[in-house]
Design a binder for this molecule. Sequence first.
Ligand SMILES: Nc1nc(=O)c2c([nH]1)NC[C@@H]1CN(c3ccc(C(=O)N[C@@H](CCC(=O)O)C(=O)O)cc3)CN21
Ligand SMILES: CC(C)C(=O)C(=O)O
Ligand SMILES: [Mg+2]
Length: 286
Amino acid sequence: MTYVDPARKQSEKALYGGTGSRRITVRDIAAAKGRTEKWPMLTAYDAMTASVFDQAGIPVLLVGDSMGNCHLGYESTVPVTMDEMALLSAAVVRGTRRALVVGDLPFGSYQEGPVQALRNATRLVKEAGVGAVKLEGGERSAHQIELLVQSGIPVMAHIGLTPQSVNAYGGYPVQGRGEEAAQQLLRDAKAVQDAGAFAVVLELVPAELAAEVTRSLHIATVGIGAGPDCDAQVLVWTDMAGMTDGRVPRFVKQYAQLRQGLGDAARAFAEDVVGGAYPAEEHSFH
Ligand SMILES: Nc1nc(=O)c2c([nH]1)NC[C@@H]1CN(c3ccc(C(=O)N[C@@H](CCC(=O)O)C(=O)O)cc3)CN21
Ligand SMILES: CC(C)C(=O)C(=O)O
Ligand SMILES: [Mg+2]
C-alpha cells in the first residue's frame, strides 16, 4: 500500500464538498486557486450559527465587524471594539471544527500602525483562536499586513468599498468606477498581495474590474457585490438567510426567509400561551 499523507490528501479535495475533518488552512485556500475552484464564505457571530454553517460545509467563516449592525444593534461597523470582536470570535471558533475562522480587525485597532495591528491581531489569535485576521485598505494598510504576515498571522485584505470609512464616503457607494479609480484598485490589489495577504475581499466593484484583478493575482479574490468571476463569494449571513430587518444591498441573494419564519414561530408560541394550548399534557410532569 502506498502511504498518503492525510493532510496532503485532504488538501487535494474541494474546499466545499470535501469530507476531511481537520481545520481548513490558508494552504488549502492557496491550493484551490490552482484548481480554479470557487468557494463560499459566510459571516458568523455566535457558536450556534457557526456550527450550522460548519456542518453545512462552508470552508471559511468570517467574524465580520458587520456584527456591529447585524448583531449588536449599532448603526454601522464603526463602534465595534476589540473586546466585542474577541468575545464573538472565540464563540465562533468554539462552534466549529472544520472552517477556517477569520476575525475582522475593527475600526481603530490597526490604523495607528503595524505595531498596533500586531498587538490586536495577536489578541484574536491567542484569546479567540482565529486562524487568520482581516483588515481594510490596500496600499494604505500594506505595512500592517507585512508585519502580521512576518509574525506568522495570515491576513485577508479588503479593498474596494471599505465600510469602516462610511463617514468619509458619506454612504456605501460602488468603487473603482472610472479609469483612475480602476488603476488605484489594481494598485491596492497588487500591494496587499506583495505584502503577503493570502486572499483579498473585493467589495462593491464593477464585475469586469473584479475579473481583471482575479486574473492578475495569484492569491484568492473574495467578492461581495463584485460580479461572478472572483475566486470566492462572501455574504453577511443575516442577508443571505433573510434575517436582516429592512432593505438589503442589491448584490444580496436571499436563500431563506428566516425573519418571517422566526416571527411566525414566536407568534404561534404566544397564541398558544395566551389561549392555554401550551403547555399540553405531554409537556407536563406529575
Ligand atoms: N447587513 C449587512 N450587509 C452587508 O453587506 C454589510 C453590512 N451589513 N455592514 C457592513 C457593510 C456595509 N455594506 C454595504 C451597505 C450598503 C450597501 C448599499 O446599499 N449599496 C448600494 C449601491 C450604491 C451605489 O450604487 O453606489 C446598493 O443598492 O446595493 C452596500 C454595502 C456591506 N456590509
Ligand atoms: C462583508 C464582509 C466582507 C465584512 O467585512 C464583514 O462582514 O464585516
Ligand atoms: Mg468587515
